[in-house]
Design a protein. Structure first.
Length: 151
């Protein structure tokens, strides 16, 4: 049982690298047409084409959980649960905290969460797929935690 929990946690951690690579090379690459509206200022709709990535990422998680439990390959199910946990964290951090689609953490003073917001804001300064930075979600370079020096 412990190895299954560890498998889920390791999968959760590895998903940051998967997210970084997918964001940089797929979303800002050949599937830019699905991600582009996410970089446009003040998008008016409830959903963006970018939200289709939720389904794309939910498929391996759902299939791993289903087949892992159905075939009693619990290691596979644990991987699926790790991906699912990352998806929940992604929703809370990206859609709730950063983009404020829901106003749950509007006035946070937490340095880590403020660093996440700042890094994502830098990422969104680019309206096009080239020359982006900060492609991850939970890992943020330390430079985004620093307070600006007052002159």
């Amino acid at each position: 049982m412990v190895y299954l929990i560890l498998t889920s946690l390791v999968t959760f951690l590895l998903m940051e690298a998967v997210t970084w690579c997918t964001h940089k090379f797929v979303m800002h690459g050949f599937l830019w047409y699905l991600h582009e509206d996410h970089h446009q200022p003040k998008y008016k709709g409830l959903f963006e084409k970018n939200d289709l990535f939720f389904i794309i990422f939910a498929l391996p998680s759902s299939l791993s959980i289903y087949f892992g439990l159905e075939q009693k390959i619990y290691f596979l199910a644990a991987i699926g649960f790790g991906i699912m946990l990352y998806g929940v964290a992604y929703f809370v951090v990206h859609d709730v905290l950063i983009h404020q689609r829901f106003k749950w953490f509007k006035h946070t003073k937490n340095r880590y969460l403020l660093g996440l917001r700042k890094a994502h804001k830098i990422h969104h300064k680019k309206l096009y797929k080239q020359d982006g930075e900060c492609f991850g979600m939970l890992y943020v370079p330390f430079k985004y935690y620093k307070k600006p020096k007052r002159k």
